[in-house]
Design a protein around this ligand. Structure first.
Ligand code: NAP
Length: 267
């Protein structure tokens, strides 16, 4: 009888809802087992959060390991990586998706240290050190061989990595920092054949943007986007699954906007 090959494993941060959930389900649909991280994990709730995602991933015929952890905490990184390796034998794809917006949008002339530091810790510093730890694991795996898929790393930044919004400067700065981290890891990991990509979502319908829905409805109706609709977590999931699938293995360091044409210079 033919022995079934183990599935590759993707570690997706912030996978309990929104874009991370969309990425986890798209990767499961593409054949990945999922190590699904989020800041909260309630096994009693299968309606929303990591255990809803687990049910959906298993419905697609793949395994899912819910991993509660704070991506800003290095101790949590070590624990989550160990658990994913124990369950799946290794990590073949890392998607740095978890991130936060400022609790309150504040003019940059007034923004305080607490919000600035919070966004740097969660959006930039945490993913940097998580990627460092996973990359070292991937290098070991490359040397040992025998993994079911080529490795890859995807950073979910934002169009805010390059577009100025003075009412949430600390968010833009944290995403610009993460964008440079993606470029640096792409450079450093090229010799190990670990491609690194950056995906910049545009305006995506999730809990994060729910509070500013009216503002973006008006901007989209007013012509902000050539493709005049909100983006969805599925739009981002499809893009990440394409990158993780290996078709872009010789394109390390590329930045892909998934934003309905937001970035097209127009007259
Ligand atoms: P979301 O709906 O708020 O989902 C983010 C998830 O990450 C939530 O489950 C959140 O938990 C979790 N999380 C927050 N802090 C965490 C931490 N320290 N450790 C682990 N998990 C944590 O946001 P989203 O819209 O899906 O955004 C996902 C990513 O895309 C973010 O990096 C965001 O900056 C980026 N992005 C979003 C948009 C957009 O339009 N939505 C556009 C560009 C970029 P809690 O809910 O408990 O905080």
């Amino acid at each position: 009888m033919k022995r079934e090959m183990a599935a590759p494993c993707a570690l997706v941060t912030g996978a309990g809802q929104g874009i991370g959930r969309g990425i986890a389900l798209a990767l499961a649909g593409a054949g990945f087992d999922i190590a699904a991280n989020d800041i909260a994990a309630d096994p009693g709730n299968v309606e929303k959060g990591l255990y809803e995602v687990k049910t959906r991933v298993e419905g697609l015929g793949r395994r899912c390991l819910p991993l509660q952890g704070d991506i800003a905490e290095r101790d949590d990184h070590a624990r989550m990586i160990a658990a994913a390796v124990e369950t799946f034998g290794g990590i073949d794809c890392l998607v740095n998706n978890a991130g936060v917006a400022p609790r309150v949008r504040t003019d940059m002339l007034e923004v305080g240290e607490e919000s600035y530091d919070r966004l740097q810790r969660i959006n930039a510093r945490g993913p940097f050190f998580l990627t460092q730890a996973v990359a070292n694991r991937m290098i070991e795996q490359q040397r040992a061989g025998g993994r079911p898929a080529a490795p890859s790393i995807v950073f979910i930044t934002s169009i805010s990595a390059r577009v100025s919004s003075p009412a949430r400067a600390e968010y833009c700065i944290s995403k610009a920092s993460l964008s440079m981290a993606a470029r640096l890891f792409a450079h450093r990991l090229a010799e190990f054949d670990i491609p690194v990509f950056e995906v910049q979502p545009g305006i995506i319908a999730t809990d994060m943007t729910a509070a500013v829905k009216g503002k973006y409805d008006d901007l989209i109706a007013g012509g902000l986007l050539p493709q005049a609709r909100w983006g969805t977590p599925e739009d981002i999931g499809r893009a990440v699954a394409a990158l993780a699938g290996g078709a872009f293995g010789y394109s390390t360091g590329q930045v892909i906007e998934v934003g309905g044409g937001f970035g097209i210079p127009r007259l």
